[in-house]
Design a protein around this ligand. Structure first.
Ligand SMILES: [Fe+2]
Ligand SMILES: [Fe+2]
Length: 189
């Protein structure tokens, strides 16, 4: 597997971890009437500062190359760049709703739960599209030179939350995720 695919898959695994953490908070909000809003805010800060800034642009580069190598497959996938813009917009609106809760200008709870769940569903659907359709189409049609070009063009930033060096801003979130993962209640790995 090319280094490009390895790093995109690693990033998807990290997105899946954060999506699961979000979903868990939405469930707490729905069933217990409360959630950890600072953790929710930190999760959204991570989406805004990592996948939206570094992960999606890499996939946009892959998709541009796929349009050249297998235009029919690219056509079937749709407009990936527009989907990334939509994901970025959803990240910003979910982050905004959580910030409003934190500064005591509450969004009705059910609206916040809906917004978080929509965001979770959208992230999962999007990753499935890439894992099931886009990545296999790239692997099947790209040449070794394509992968070399892409690797040279990509900026490989370390994840500030789940990478080797943890940004101080994400320390608490990282500890929370590790504690949940260590506990029995973290179902499904
Ligand atoms: Fe994507
Ligand atoms: Fe992705």
């Amino acid at each position: 597997m090319s280094e490009v695919m390895r790093s995109l898959r690693r990033e998807h695994a990290n997105i899946a971890t954060l999506v699961k953490t979000l979903d868990r908070q939405a469930t707490a909000l729905a069933t217990q009437g409360d959630a950890d809003f600072e953790i929710l805010r930190d999760i959204m800060d991570w989406f805004l500062s990592f996948p939206d800034v570094y992960h999606h642009p890499k996939e946009d580069l892959l998709f541009s190359r796929l349009r050249l190598r297998d235009p029919a497959a690219a056509e079937r996938i749709g407009d990936l760049r527009r989907l990334h813009e939509e994901l970025g917009y959803r990240s910003r609106t979910a982050a905004e709703a959580i910030r409003r809760m934190l500064i005591e200008y509450p969004t009705p709870r059910h609206l916040l739960i809906d917004r978080i769940r929509q965001f979770v569903d959208m992230q999962l659907t999007h990753m499935r599209l890439e894992e099931d359709r886009m990545f296999p189409a790239c692997v099947a049609s790209f040449t070794a030179a394509d992968w070399r070009d892409l690797e040279a063009a990509m900026r490989d930033e370390d994840d500030p939350l789940l990478g080797d060096v943890v940004d101080a801003h994400f320390e608490r979130l990282r500890r929370t995720i590790l504690a949940w993962q260590a506990a029995d209640e973290w179902i499904g790995g």
